[in-house]
Design a protein around this ligand. Structure first.
Ligand code: ADP
Ligand code: ADP
Length: 232
């Protein structure tokens, strides 16, 4: 599903050279819930941008959904990116659009008719338990509800992978638990592969079946969750 081989991402400017990601290899299988944990600056976001085709690696190969990132042209990248959903720490909703409008936004290039899009939005609202909020605006929602909207929007184009970048880091523990329960359910119900980037080990423990720990651009430890935490 995701196969990263010897990925290095180096940012160079006049003053400095930063090795954001160094020689990272990572395999995520279909249906996995894969956690990538590390402190701020460890390279997690950069690695996610490689998976999402937003960052070209300096070296190494990235195969996502069976496609080699380096071999796609601009149009193919657009299509490929639509098979990857993404959710964010601060939700990134458009405040001037209704909840239904936010969820519909990624469908603007889809082949669905207007009625088809409306039906899809209804289904997505039901999936995340927000059917009564279609006409509300983001400012009227709690943080947890906003993240549910973010999840519904991320699922609009039926992605095979959901990338979660600090998706629960702005939420209180109870709401974090609810979002994690929702992600677990989506993983089981839709068989969607989840990659969950965070600095919070507790969130990874309750959601993920695999974990990689990043430090200074490198993966320093990895495995099935039980193996990692049963180490003395
Ligand atoms: P994390 O997501 O784990 O906080 P990042 O991937 O954001 O880590 O950053 C890893 C390192 O790469 C940091 O030192 C950061 O400052 C640097 N970095 C990230 N993006 C850029 C960029 N576009 N230009 C220069 N340095 C960057
Ligand atoms: P942004 O998300 O930054 O607003 P857009 O999604 O509007 O960017 O797209 C930026 C450009 O890419 C636009 O010119 C748009 O026409 C083009 N584009 C995006 N998706 C497709 C697609 N599926 N087919 C053709 N062109 C596309």
């Amino acid at each position: 599903m995701i196969d990263l081989k010897d990925i290095t991402v180096t940012f160079k400017n006049k003053a400095s050279t930063v090795h954001a990601v160094q020689d990272v290899s990572l395999q995520v299988e279909a249906g996995d819930t894969y956690g990538i944990v590390g402190y701020s600056g460890a390279g997690k976001s950069t690695l996610v941008r490689v998976i999402n085709y937003l960052q070209k690696p300096t070296s190494g190969t990235a195969i996502v959904n069976g496609q080699a990132l380096g071999k796609l042209d601009k149009d193919q990248l657009w299509v490929a990116r639509r098979k990857i959903g993404m959710i964010f720490q601060h939700f990134n909703l458009m405040n001037s659009r209704t909840i239904a409008g936010n969820i519909e936004y990624p469908l603007r290039y889809s082949k669905l008719t207007k009625a088809g899009r409306a039906k899809k939005v209804q289904e997505l609202l039901a999936l995340v338990g927000l059917s009564d909020k279609a006409d509300a605006y983001p400012a009227q929602l709690s943080g947890g509800q906003k993240q549910r909207v973010g999840i519904a929007r991320a699922l609009a184009n039926d992605p095979e992978i959901l990338l979660c970048d600090e998706a629960t880091s702005a939420l209180d523990p109870k709401t974090t638990g609810e979002i994690i329960d929702l992600l677990k359910r989506l993983n089981q119900q839709l068989h969607i592969t989840i990659v969950f980037i965070t600095h919070e080990m507790s969130a990874v423990k309750s959601l993920c079946n695999h974990v990689a720990v990043m430090e200074d651009g490198k993966i320093v430890e990895r495995g099935a969750l039980l193996d990692i935490f049963s180490n003395p």
